[in-house]
Design a protein around this ligand. Structure first.
Ligand code: SF4
Length: 65
């Protein structure tokens, strides 16, 4: 099972927290960007932390195959 992440640009306030928690996956360059999907357990843990830390619940996660 693979977890895919999304970012809702309408909800994002560009605080930068996600890019701090998961710098390989999220970037804030004027607006938040999903650089790529997480690779490996370490980045999955980082993304879970980023989603929890996001103050506007802009980060979504979906389980896939
Ligand atoms: S943590 Fe949430 S609000 Fe902050 S930059 Fe990331 S997606 Fe946007």
């Amino acid at each position: 099972m693979r977890t895919s992440y999304t970012v809702d640009a309408e909800r994002c306030i560009r605080c930068g927290a996600c890019a701090i928690f998961a710098p390989g996956v999220f970037a804030v360059r004027g607006r938040v960007e999903l650089v790529r999907q997480p690779e490996g357990e370490r980045e999955l843990v980082q993304c879970r932390a980023a989603a929890i830390a996001c103050p506007t619940a802009a980060i979504g996660a979906a389980e896939g195959r």
